[in-house]
Design a protein around this ligand. Structure first.
Ligand code: PBG
Length: 324
């Protein structure tokens, strides 16, 4: 045998030399769930280790993460049923707790990169990302107006990046126009470009109590069977001014991450979603998987596939291990 690949695996020192992919806390965005109750902390049953936090514990959480090197956060509101309506009006009410909290978070930690989510579902009495008409259809163009108002209200709090997760057609360009017309040319857009209609979002919908009241999201989120369709979505988002292209979920869609990485110069983000976290955390609780090793391998695989940025509920835990 002339070529023996095992020679490059013979010791940790050699393996480290030839390692192709490296994770860093710089890669991560840590998603957080914000409660209205300022001092509250409520565990998410289907995501062991993850809590919904009021503003006070969330400020502490962000401070701890910054010390560990995690500098980017994606903040989602947990909205009480009484605040929800058909048109998601609380989503752009500047007195609503979410928008007020964002302002405080950004004032306290100006150096942290704060991202927000644009979609109607957490605020909608129908639990859909867009407006539901009398026939139960999710109407596209009328929804854009609300998404624009939501994005503007979020930008006004001082946050850095808007994350449209709604999958309405034309929303990236629409939001870009609204932001620019109002002087927010520096607010970035991380578009959920290839967002699939996935069963892996279940625990997130538990955390936010945001599951659709009827029907499913298949008329706007993508069919998990399709890969080439991601190119149509990504082309549109690039033309409409997206700064980042996201693939979601991550682990079951590594081929799509690779496809976008090979076809676009924009940074590619991947969302390691709630169900991917829950699988590992639950199996680890049972003693069936080693949580730390599985987490690390999962994140490494997402980066190896081509993700420049990973949104992950493991961000803090990974950083803690790294710093230990
Ligand atoms: C809202 C939104 C969802 C997620 C992020 N933004 C849920 C959905 O579309 O139903 C899922 C995140 C996760 O599962 O971790 N549109």
């Amino acid at each position: 045998m002339f070529i023996r690949p095992r020679r490059n695996r013979k010791s940790a020192a050699i393996r480290d030399l030839v390692q192709e992919t490296h994770l860093s806390t710089n890669d991560f965005i840590y998603p957080l769930f914000l409660l209205e109750d300022q001092s509250g902390s409520v565990p998410v049953a289907s995501m062991p280790g993850i809590n919904r936090l009021g503003l006070e514990p969330m400020l502490k959480e962000i401070e701890e993460c910054l010390k560990l090197g995690v500098k980017a956060f994606d903040i989602f509101p947990v909205v009480d049923e009484k605040h929800k309506d058909k048109m998601a009006t609380k989503s752009y009410d500047s007195n609503f707790f979410y928008l007020k909290a964002l302002r405080e978070i950004k004032e306290k930690f100006p150096g942290a990169a704060i991202m927000t989510d644009v979609a109607m579902d957490p605020y909608s009495s129908d639990g859909h990302d867009g407006i539901v008409n009398d026939r139960g259809e999710i109407v596209n163009d009328e929804t854009l107006d609300i998404l624009g108002k939501m994005a503007l209200a979020q930008a006004e709090t001082g946050i850095d990046t808007i994350g449209p997760s709604d999958m309405m057609d034309g929303r990236v360009g629409y939001i870009r126009d609204v932001l620019d017309e109002n002087g927010f040319t520096n607010v970035s857009i991380m578009s959920y470009s290839a967002k699939y209609a996935s069963a892996f979002y279940g625990p997130f919908r538990d955390a936010l109590d945001s599951a659709p009241k009827s029907g499913d999201k298949k008329t706007y989120q993508m069919n998990p069977a399709n890969q080439r369709e991601a190119l149509i979505e990504a082309d549109l988002d690039v033309d409409e001014g997206a700064d980042f292209l996201m693939v979601k979920p991550a682990l079951a869609y590594l081929d799509v991450i690779k496809l976008l990485k090979d076809n676009y110069a924009q940074p590619i983000a991947a969302y390691n979603v709630s169900g991917e976290y829950a699988m590992v955390a639950a199996a680890a609780e049972k003693g069936w998987l080693n949580k730390e090793a599985t987490m690390h391998e999962m994140l490494l695989s997402i980066k190896r596939a081509g993700a420049d940025v990973i949104l992950t509920y493991f961000a803090k835990e990974w950083a803690k291990l790294k710093n230990s």
